[in-house]
Ligand binder design. Structure first.
Ligand code: ADP
Ligand code: GLC
Length: 495
């Protein structure tokens, strides 16, 4: 099968969150199953042209009233056995030759984002013509590439089109319903399709233009990144106003759990941690804890439990209740409990400030504000618990990394966290982590307190839970097969 991933992020080139990991690892896994998988992303300013190969000739893309010209670069996915996955980069200086993927510190959401991604999505079809390669599956991700299924359905697959894509079907994966790409509807002119498409494709949203909504309406199949989030998003409380649309697409809407890349996130092979380890010999975990305490400036003590966090500092991740006004729960946890907290993260300015001020006052709370692949591995490996009090969580990768590293997640019972973590049972000693329902400072405080109590009083249970977590299978292989089922169902429905 020929599969084209159309995305705004892919590791190692461009990443703001889990989407980038998923696009690349899913592609690699599908390619390993024998499929011809390619990825296309924009050539952002931060991606060094020197490391890419330029395809000869400029590429023209017809947009509303104007033809846009771009260059196309290519590279192979690194660290794959046979350079399995080819990656294409659309290079348009005005749209992508700037710092930032969706925004910058001075403009958090670029005002021309709808134009940037309309252009990118249409250029994808021109790219296929340029390389004379037409996919069976066009797989879009989140709002930025939602226009791709729209172009397919309303421009490239209609009888009056030139027909190269007549057998192509589209799939849209929703990684985060909280970001929809909502802009003024004037921007639609630039899409270059008739205004009937604005309504028929589902762009219309209270007189605004909603890119994700149109993708959900127009893609042949839609999925999100965990079964539980698929269920949740069909109800109003979790649907971010699109629950109705998702109910409408119910027959074509599923949840497929993300996997994790076990070449990268594997304590037995991890090159970022001081000493590798496995369920049979956990001495490397103790070493990682010691190094973590040292790196973060926490007192070195193997007996005190360390709670780690690696996160974007945004409302989605529950940081308001942890660090919000009057210090939320992090302050009282560190004040009242014999515990250490180590956080790695970047994000909202207020939150970074609160964290810095808290870390200055407490000896058992330390933070690194910044983005570091290496430190994120150290936090996963060196912590005893991993805290994710998410407000909502489509899947979440970090809790799966934690389980693989024998680090027990403390999570809110929401989204993919429900599909991946099993609550501790004091009677049987069962479970893989600690869960709570309501998001408020006292629930976080009480549940962390419960985990800390178990650390000091039920150590056998803790050790067993670690091993149980480490034996879980969250690899991509089974999820990739589910994607294949969805692709096949889309092709079957079309023929
Ligand atoms: P989301 O995509 O919503 O941020 P996920 O749990 O799916 O949540 O994925 C987050 C990814 O980003 C993980 O791979 C995590 O390790 C990484 N990450 C987040 N913040 C940082 C950071 N400050 N430094 C390094 N990695 C980070
Ligand atoms: C989003 C979600 C996260 C998910 C990731 C990858 O960023 O917030 O829960 O794991 O996408 O699908």
């Amino acid at each position: 099968m020929k599969i084209l991933m159309v995305a705004s992020e892919a590791v190692p080139w461009a990443k703001t969150g889990g989407l980038a990991d998923v696009v690349s690892s899913l592609s690699i896994t599908l390619a390993n199953l024998g499929h011809d998988v390619r990825i296309v992303i924009p050539r952002y300013y931060s991606i060094d042209r020197g490391e890419l190969k330029l395809l000869p000739g400029a590429m023209g893309t017809p947009m509303g009233g104007i033809e846009e010209w771009s260059a196309v670069y290519t590279a192979n996915m690194p660290n794959t056995d046979k350079n399995l996955v080819k990656v294409y980069f659309i290079d348009h200086e005005i749209y992508f030759g700037r710092d930032g993927i969706y925004g910058s510190p001075s403009e958090s959401d670029f005002s021309d984002n709808s134009r940037r991604f309309f252009f990118f999505c249409r250029a994808v079809f021109q790219l296929c013509r340029k390389i004379e390669w037409y996919p069976d599956i066009l797989h879009a991700h989140d709002w930025p590439t939602s226009p791709a299924p729209v172009y397919l359905k309303f421009a490239e697959r209609v009888p009056q089109s030139s027909g190269e894509f007549k057998n192509t079907v589209s799939v849209l994966t929703i990684h985060n319903l909280g970001y929809q790409g909502i802009y003024s509807k004037d921007n639609f002119n630039y899409m270059g399709l008739g205004w009937d498409v604005f309504y028929n494709a589902g762009f219309e949203d209270w007189s605004m233009l909603n890119m994700l909504k149109a993708g959900i309406y127009s893609a042949d199949k839609v999925n999100t990144v965990s079964p539980n989030y698929a269920k949740e998003t069909k109800i109003q409380a979790h649907g971010f106003r699109l629950d109705g649309v998702l109910r409408y697409r119910s027959a074509d809407y599923t949840g497929i759990l993300n996997g994790i890349d076990n070449k990268v996130w594997n304590p037995e092979k991890d090159t970022y941690i001081p000493q590798t380890y496995s369920a049979k010999d956990m001495s490397g975990k103790a070493k990682a804890k010691e190094t973590l305490q040292k790196e973060f400036g926490l007192p070195r003590d193997p007996n005190v439990p360390v709670i780690g966090m690696v996160t974007r500092l945004t409302e989605q991740k529950g940081v308001g209740d942890l660090f919000g006004p009057a210090y939320g729960s992090a302050w009282s946890i560190c004040r009242d409990m014999d515990v250490q907290l180590a956080l790695l993260g970047t994000g909202e300015y207020w939150c970074e400030n609160e964290i810095a001020s808290l870390a200055a006052r407490l000896s058992n709370f330390k933070a690194k504000i910044g983005y570091s692949e290496k430190l994120s591995h150290l936090v996963e490996a060196g912590s005893d618990f991993f805290l994710m009090p998410s407000r909502y969580e489509p899947c979440g990768l970090n809790q799966m990394y934690s389980l693989a590293y024998g680090t027990l997640p403390i999570v809110r019972r929401t989204g993919g966290l429900v599909d991946t973590v099993e609550n501790y049972n004091e009677q049987t000693g069962g479970g893989t982590g600690f869960m709570f329902d309501q998001l408020n400072p006292s629930s976080i405080y009480n549940t962390v307190g419960w985990a800390v109590w178990a650390w000091y009083n039920r150590r056998d249970d803790i050790e067993k839970m670690r091993l149980r977590g480490m034996s879980q299978d969250f690899t991509w292989e089974s999820s990739a097969l589910k994607y294949m089922e969805m692709y096949n169902a889309a092709l079957k429905a079309k023929s």
